[in-house]
Every structure is written in C-alpha cells, then in structure tokens.
Design a protein around this ligand. Structure first.
Ligand code: PLP
Length: 471
C-alpha cells in the first residue's frame, strides 16, 4: 500500500467531491445523455499498464458527470430523495478505509455493537416500542434497502406461520400476504422471492386518502381462513411511495393480532419524520407490529445504502435466516451472548454501515435533524397552498409531510407535456404517478441543500411552463 498516494490523492478526491457538491446547480438535474453515450467514450478493454490517478479523476469529470442525474441537487424533487451529508460521506469513507467484514460479532465486535447501539438510539428517537430494542426480545439491524427488510420480514413470517416447515421442505400450504393497492412494488417482489407466489398477495382496497381499508383487510383474511389458506403477513405502509398515504396501524395491527398474522410496517421515507414528536402520530399503533423499517438513506442525510429494520422477536428472524456452518463457528457465537448479524439478513457479508449513521447523528444532533425535517415539511406545505390557490391546478392527495401530488385540471396530456418540459429544462427534476387513474406530478422536498427559494423557484417554473402546456 502506498500510504503517501492515499494521503495525496485522498485529499484531491475529497476536494473533487466538495467542488462537485458546491457547484452542483450548474448541471442539468436530469442527465441529458442518450443510451450508449457514456460507454462510447470508454476504451474497449481494461488498461494493461497502471494509469496515473490524474487521468482517472479527469475522466470522472469528462465522462461520468455528464452521464449523471444529480440526486444531491437542491432542485431534485423526483421520486423520494436519496440525500446525504458530509458526515455520512466521511463515515462511509472510514468504513471503506477500515475494510472490516462484520458478518459476525467475532469478525469485528465494534461493527456489531455500534450498529445495535445506534439502532437502539434511533428506536428511542422515533418513539418505537421497547420490544424493538436489543435489551428486550427484538432489536434492529441495518439492511441495504427497504426491499431487503420486507423480504426478511416475509421469510420470518413464513417460518412462523409454518413452524419452520417451509425452510425444511419448501412452501406447501397456500400462505397468503396482504398489502394495499398502494403498497410498494418491493412487497410483491419479496412475496415472489419467498416462494409465496404473487397470486397469494391480496391487494387490499384503499380509501379516499389512499390508505388501506381495515374492513376489507379483515374480510380478505376471513375469506382465506374459511378456504383453508394460511394468512401469513400484512405489509402496511406509513407514507406510500405514490402519495405518502398512511395506513391505519392501530386498526390493522388489531386485526393481525386477532388472526395471528405477522404485521410488517414499511415506513421507508416517512419514518424519518417520527424524529419530530409532532409527526409521530402517523405511526400510531406501531407497537402492534412484528417488524418495522425506515430508510435513513432517503430522508435522514445518510447516503445509500442504509435501511433500519426492527423486529419485536429476534428469535423468529434468526430461526428463519440463521445458518451455522462449521467454518463460521466460534466461541462467542456459541456462548449466545452476542448478536451475529449474518443471521438477520440475506447475504453473509456486511460492511460497517453503522459508522455513517453514527457520524450523522452526532454531527447533526437530534436537533439538527429535526430542524431540517421541519423545514422540508413546512416548504412542502407552502407549495401545497400555492397549488390550491392556482385555479388551473388541483392537489391530487393530502399532503401529510413533504410530498406534494398535484396536476393541471386540463387532463393527462397537458400534465405529461408539463412534466416533459420541466424535466427537459434541466432546471429541476420531478416525476409522476397515477392517482384515481389520473396522471399526477409528484414533488418531494427532501434534499439536504434545498432551501425555501429552490421550492419557490420550482413553483414559478411550474407555473410558467403550465402556460405552454395548456396552449
Ligand atoms: C422507496 C420505498 C421502498 C424501497 O426502498 P429501497 O430501500 O430502495 O428498497 C419501499 N417502500 C416504500 C414505501 C418506499 O417508498
């Protein structure tokens, strides 16, 4: 290892990243390249001889940057954010530098213990129930994504429902899962991977606010039981991807308890808001859940990948995912006194992701995170009010937090034209969904560097492009 090179070029790379972020607004937010354009600039084969690092950095600027959509731009309002911050960038850098593999406690005790500890901190900060904490029956673990968390919940529910039979001999009895029609596509993916089959996923109807209807859930479970099928898991959403609808957890959880069905709560984006006590009511009833996840890599200033996944009963998770080959056996694992996170996830290996969360929580402080979340919500509420006041537009859904769903009253084509024109301008980036069958624009305020004036300018652009779209 050339330590001097690491120091010298390491400083250059940090400067390069800082310069990029400082001047990010000069780039069109949505990348303008055509398919194949980036690859056409790359050599056909890998270099035979070592190249100078300067050449690599140069190509980053010349070839890679134009081919990026600038997710950290303050004018990025599409999808949900994948925001970050300087402490999280540095936390991830340290993780790379340490290069430890934290599959078990014994392979790097601090990697496991910091993770358990920081996830306990977060359970308190989000007002999650005691059973989700490591000193109780459950605990938290960092997953790469909400999709993986949901998959792990489904597999644990499957094993609980079949008393371990599915792991031994495959899924035999028809196991049934439930999620609203607005639930994320990762639920169906998880159902497929876990072998339940997408025909056994019941999509429960939603109400006018796009939240799951508990009466329909109850009816579907009763029907499946009467037909001899096994209701296995309900995936409820706090903050759906389309429009941040909030499924009513208390009513759903009560039904799950009554029928012995696993309740998984997916709060990928909206979970972060619970760090502000005034937004915690959206996940009232979460104490009835068997598992819960949210993504600090969406709205909590921690770069991808970082999903926090909690279970109320860690034994159920380990029974489903645990595997004990001889070459991994060690006295600490055998003592039962430690957590081996390899048994809480799909892969064996894992990197030291708790570092970036720890860096973020300490550098922002709880107060710093709350302040940013409150600003994002306040600016989204302001935008919603501007939309209400413009007779050409309508709000397409309630705005509980930081996502505004709106459209021109003039119909799908006008809205599609408006969206295309806005994104082609490069000045901002938003995307669309379909609500009540209508093409709807989504604008989510959640970037680390977004300020009020960015939201204000976005609305000005939307208003001025609307004139053309309506012509
Ligand atoms: C974004 C999102 C997901 C998927 O997140 P990944 O971490 O990318 O898997 C799942 N559920 C909801 C509600 C989401 O908004």
């Amino acid at each position: 290892m050339h330590f001097e090179d690491l120091r010298y070029y390491g400083r250059q790379v940090i400067d390069w990243v800082a310069d990029y972020l400082e001047h990010i607004e000069q780039w069109p937010v949505l990348s303008q390249v055509q398919p194949g354009e980036v690859r056409a600039k790359l050599p056909k084969s890998a270099p035979q001889e070592p190249e100078p690092f300067e050449a690599i950095l140069g190509d980053l600027t010349e070839i890679i940057l134009p081919g990026l959509t600038h997710w950290q731009s303050p004018n990025f309002f599409a999808y949900f954010p994948a925001n970050h911050s300087w402490p999280s960038i540095l936390g991830d850098l340290v993780s790379s530098g340490l290069g430890v593999q934290g599959m078990m406690w014994a392979t790097s005790p601090a990697c496991t213990e910091l993770e358990s500890h920081v996830l306990d901190w977060l359970a308190d900060l989000l007002g999650l129930p005691e059973q989700f904490k490591s000193a109780s029956t459950g605990g938290g673990v960092i997953q790469d994504s909400a999709s993986s968390a949901t998959l792990c919940a489904i597999v644990a529910a499957r094993e609980r429902a079949t008393a371990g039979q599915a792991n031994r001999s495959g899924v035999r009895a028809p196991l049934v899962a439930y999620a609203s029609t607005e639930a994320h596509s990762s639920v169906e993916k998880g159902i497929r991977i876990a072998g339940l089959g997408s025909d056994n996923l019941r999509r429960i109807e939603v109400d006018r606010q796009f939240a799951m209807r508990p009466d329909h859930l109850e009816a579907a479970i009763a029907e499946d039981r009467a037909a001899g099928r096994i209701p296995t898991i309900v995936c409820a959403t706090v903050g759906t991807t389309s429009c941040t609808a909030m499924d009513p957890l208390t009513e759903i959880g009560t039904i799950c308890r009554r029928h012995g069905v696993w309740l998984h709560v997916d709060a990928a984006l909206a979970g972060t808001a619970a760090i502000c006590p005034e937004f915690r009511h959206f996940q009232q009833g979460v104490e009835l859940a068997d598992s819960y996840c949210f993504n600090p890599h969406k709205w909590m200033f921690t770069n991808f990948d970082c999903d926090c996944f909690y279970v109320a009963d860690r034994n159920a998770l380990v029974a489903a995912l645990g595997i004990w080959p001889e070459y991994l056996s060690n006295p600490a694992s055998q003592s039962g006194a430690v957590i081996d996170y390899r048994d809480w996830q799909v892969p064996l290996g894992r990197r030291f992701r708790a570092l970036k969360l720890w860096f973020v929580l300490r550098s922002f402080g709880v107060r710093g995170i709350q302040e940013k979340i409150r600003q994002h919500v306040a600016w989204a509420q302001e935008l919603a009010e501007w939309v209400r006041q413009d007779p050409r537009f309508e709000l397409a859904a309630p705005v509980p937090l930081n996502l505004v769903c709106f459209r021109l009253r003039a119909g799908d084509e006008a809205n599609q034209r408006l969206l295309n024109a806005l994104n082609r301008s490069g000045k901002l980036y938003l995307n669309h969904t379909r609500l009540d069958g209508k093409f709807t624009l989504r604008l989510c305020v959640g970037q680390t560097s977004t300020q009020r004036h960015h939201v204000q300018r976005a609305w000005e652009l939307i208003q001025s492009f609307a004139e053309d779209a309506l012509r």
